[in-house]
Design a protein around this ligand. Structure first.
Ligand SMILES: [Zn+2]
Length: 198
């Protein structure tokens, strides 16, 4: 017997989420069907509220309920240093490091020649625009340590250095092939302290 059509539709949608395979999508679909109606309402409502209230910060492209986001709006931060990350989740991970007082820039991905993701597919032009408009003296490249993140860091460093801006890359401590998002606070803190000029 095939799955009922309504559940089939749910599975098809849920399996498109990152990290969710067909088996997990089926499990989640059957779980949601068994949930009390009030809980299902809360789930739907939380997704819709998040979609409606999230804004993209026009300075750093962080997701936030306000524009500028709280980090960019914080006048006590060092406006001359920006930490470039791939995703808003990476920004959250780095922001847990208390001794980093600079600002951020969210690229919205990483270069990937194999997947045909080029500079125009991420926010390279916007980053250069920010470098020109703000007095940035140092750019810390905190892209992931996998091959895409490394390619992106090398590309950006070559592009940025001619502007007379110091370009650094996070130092030792981060596992090779790792995602910044999942690194712990102490590791990121050490990696920032040990950053090397590119
Ligand atoms: Zn911002």
């Amino acid at each position: 017997m095939n799955r009922p059509q309504a559940i089939e539709r749910m599975v098809e949608i849920i399996k498109k989420l990152p990290g969710v395979g067909p088996k997990m999508a089926e499990r989640l679909s059957y779980h949601i069907i068994k949930m009390p109606p009030a809980e299902v309402e809360r789930l739907i409502d939380s997704i819709q509220k998040a979609r409606q209230t999230m804004k993209c910060c026009s300075a750093c492209y962080n997701l936030s309920e306000t524009d500028p986001c709280p980090v960019c709006a914080d006048s006590s931060r060092d406006k001359n240093t920006i930490c470039v990350v791939e995703t808003p989740q990476d920004l959250i991970a780095v922001s847990k490091v208390k001794d980093y007082k600079g600002l951020y820039f969210v690229l919205g991905g990483a270069l990937s020649p194999l997947d045909a993701v080029g500079p125009e597919d991420i926010r390279v032009a916007q980053l250069i625009k920010r470098l020109k408009s703000d007095k940035i003296s140092e750019v810390i490249l905190a892209t992931d340590t996998d091959s895409k993140g490394e390619i992106t860091a090398v590309y950006l460093s070559e592009l940025i250095k001619p502007f007379g801006v110091k370009v650094t890359r996070l130092g030792y401590g981060l596992p090779v092939g790792g995602d910044i998002e999942y690194a712990d606070e102490v590791t990121i803190s050490r990696a920032i302290a040990g950053r090397k000029e590119m």
